[in-house]
Design a protein around this ligand. Sequence first.
Ligand SMILES: Nc1ncnc2c1ncn2[C@@H]1O[C@H](COP(=O)(O)OP(=O)(O)OP(=O)(O)O)[C@@H](O)[C@H]1O
Ligand SMILES: [Mg+2]
Length: 228
Amino acid sequence: MLEVKDVSYTYRSKYQTIEAVKHVTCDFCTGRLYAVMGPSGSGKSTLLSLLAGLDLPTSGEILVEGSDIASMDRDHYRRETASVVYQSFNLFPLLTALENVMYPLELQGIKKTEAVKTAKRLIMEVGLGEKTYKQFPVAMSGGEQQRIAIARALAAGGKILLADEPTGNLDSVNEANIVELLKKLAHDRGYLVIVITHNQYVGSQADVIYWMRDGQLTLDSAAGRIQV
Ligand SMILES: Nc1ncnc2c1ncn2[C@@H]1O[C@H](COP(=O)(O)OP(=O)(O)OP(=O)(O)O)[C@@H](O)[C@H]1O
Ligand SMILES: [Mg+2]
C-alpha cells in the first residue's frame, strides 16, 4: 500500500547540504509490522517524515495505494491516512486521556456523544480501562501515556501507523506491551505499522526489518521471516 520509489531527501541550509535519504526504494504492505533500524543519523526519522507526508522527497516518489503523496492534499493525508507516534508521547497536557483521544474525532466533526463512545472503545482496545478517562497525562505512567498516544493516532482513522522510537522512554515490561499492541494492530486489525527502533527486541518482533545506513535502505537479509 506504500511504495517508495527512488526517494532522496536533502536538507539544505546556507551552510551545508545533507543528503539524509539516498535513492531509497521499498514497499510496505498492510497487515504487517515493519522495523526500520540503523545507526543514529542514518536517516530513519527523515524517511518517516516523508512517509508521514510532513516533508516531500527532493526526488523520487511515494505512492499511497497508487497515488503520489506529492499530488495529494497532505493535511488530509496526515489527518485521515497516516498517524505518527513519537518517543515523547506528545499528548496535550491540559486535556484528559479521554479528551486527547477524542481530539482527532472532534476535528473530523464527529458529534461529542459519538466521539466519547469511540474514544472509550479505543482506550479499551489499547489495553487501558475507565480509570484513565479523567487522568491528565502528567498523572499517567510512560506506558499508559504511550497507549493513549496510540489510541489518539488510531482515532484519526487511518490505516497507517508510523512510530518513531515509540518505546524509547519505556522500561522493558512496557516496551514489550507496546510491541504486543503494535503487532496486534498489524496482524489482527490490518494496520500497516512502521516502527523506527534502536532496540533489538522490538526489531526481533517485526515481520520485516529494513536496515538504514548513511541514507540508504536495505532489507535485513537475516530477517526474511515473513511467509505471507
Ligand atoms: N532539520 C534538519 N536540518 C538539517 N539536517 C538535518 C535535519 N534533521 C536531520 N538532519 C540530518 O539528516 C541526517 C539524518 O537524520 P535523521 O534524524 O533522519 O537520523 P536518524 O536515523 O533518525 O537518527 P537518530 O537515530 O539519532 O534519531 C543526519 O545527518 C542529521 O544531522
Ligand atoms: Mg531519529
